[in-house]
Design a protein around this ligand. Sequence first.
Ligand code: FAD
Ligand code: NAD
Length: 505
Amino acid sequence: MATHYDLVVVGSGPGGQKAAIAGAKLGKRVALVERRRELVGGVCLHTGTIPSKTMREAILHLSGFRQREVYADQYRSRGNITMDDLRQKLAHVSEREWDVIQDQFDRNGVKTIVGEARFVGPHAIEVVGEGEPLYLSADKILLAPGTKPSRPEHIPFDGRTVFDSDEFLNLDHIPRSMIVVGGGVIGVEYGLMFATLGVRVTIIDGRDRLLDFCDREVVDSLVYNARSMGVTFRLGENVADVRRLKGGSVAVELESGKRVLGETVLFSVGRQGDTESLNLEAAGLKPDKRGRLYANERFQTEVPHIYAVGDIVGFPALASASMEQGRQAVGNAFGVPNTDMGEIPYGLFTVPEISLIGKTERQLTEEHVPYEVGLARFSEIARGQIVGDHTGLMKLLFHRETREILGVHAIGDSATEIIHIGQAVMRLGGTLNYFRDTVFNYPTMAECYKVAALDGLNKLTAYADDDEESEKLAPPPSQAVAEPAGEPAAIGAEHANVGACNAAN
Ligand SMILES: Cc1cc2nc3c(=O)[nH]c(=O)nc-3n(C[C@H](O)[C@H](O)[C@H](O)COP(=O)(O)OP(=O)(O)OC[C@H]3O[C@@H](n4cnc5c(N)ncnc54)[C@H](O)[C@@H]3O)c2cc1C
Ligand SMILES: NC(=O)c1ccc[n+]([C@@H]2O[C@H](COP(=O)([O-])OP(=O)(O)OC[C@H]3O[C@@H](n4cnc5c(N)ncnc54)[C@H](O)[C@@H]3O)[C@@H](O)[C@H]2O)c1
């Protein structure tokens, strides 16, 4: 006999969590199914966002990265930092987060069911856990099963020398060298973290440019910083094979014939939907070839009472967006109107960190938008000096005529935090004038906005001066039509009349 719920959620990552709580807040009877109790929190809490960001923070702290120029001697030598040091903080953070999530479910009356969910009908789910299977039925079902790393079949993954990104946290020691295959966000984040510890890192990617969705100047700055930490990039190169060698190291063979040797290899070549266990056919659903599900703008799959959110629906595949998708999907399911999420910011926790919102210069150029750039360099910001960031920068892209903010791109300390100031101004329809006229706390990284805005306005003034200058040089309006050189004035006057007529039209 099946137990009936208004809403059954599959997966307890950010998407599932917020969906379940939103349902409970609407007074609905909600059950959430998660494979194993210790996995509550999803990829985000156990193998993805939270562990990688906690490890990054531990690395920056223990290596004294931020103040390395001033206090270098007072920090532990990078060679003495161990994986256990890095994992110590990780256990603490994930236990705390796990408690917070579980407590939220309990407080809101979300029934958590441990076991693997599979469809046995469009409204019916079987949960296979430790004991007898449980049967659930629901008016609405929300799928947030997330993704798992892509593992090309011919690669000899062993979780000791050749890792995928979910296994990577199990490294037993900090290697001397590391090859990262796949220079997407995961590969670049982990690669640069370990380079900070003095590991010799090589990043290989099939594309010619890294992180193509970011501003080019920002990526150039990242690459410059990475090279100064000894990182080697092999771009435009595809991996043909990986072989473990007798001495314990690993050889990565590239299609071009090159060979890269290292102590460990991290494969971060994308992720695919974790849908195999769901028996989707029984619900009338079919994933794409990367295991992902289609969802419309209301997060409805092809079967209207089944919703899907988070990484399983693809872009942008972020914890941040997944949470909001979960909340909005449940609003849609139970008739509560939602508003548009607006532009989604990106935060890349590379070393140094990167953040962006809105359009890039490349997009604006392709769209023929008349834009200008206001630039702030962290080396000119007092807070930049205090925190020891001399290479960071922030760019404000704005419309040359309306001064509307079109994009913000930053690299350096606190970039992922300060981006939200730009986001708020963009969302609320503010212009560059807001930054010109508003007083910010000092010394803070937020000062970048003021500096960038003034820089941008100075460029506009230069245009205005130029326009004035052109006006001074230009003939009076009655003659302001191009005259072929050497033509008699009378002909020019005739043309002027045509011009005036056109202007009146
Ligand atoms: C290394 C790494 C770093 C990242 N860093 C960031 C970052 O800094 N910022 C950011 O915004 N995003 C980051 N992400 C992305 C972020 O982790 C994901 O976008 C987010 O976790 C997706 O959430 P989700 O709700 O789709 O599900 P997930 O977090 O993927 O969780 C899905 C859950 O569903 C469960 N499940 C699956 N199938 C079943 C089933 N049949 N029955 C029961 N349970 C099931 C799984 O066990 C899992 O617990 C990172 C990802 C990785 C891998
Ligand atoms: N800070 C963050 O927001 C954050 C951090 C980590 C992960 N994530 C999320 O996790 C998702 C997965 O990240 P990812 O980095 O694994 O995937 P990705 O798809 O972003 O990058 C994979 C990279 O691997 C390269 N590649 C694929 N096969 C290759 C081969 N054989 N040889 C060489 N290069 C190859 C691709 O060209 C691509 O650049 C992302 O979509 C992202 O949204 C977000």
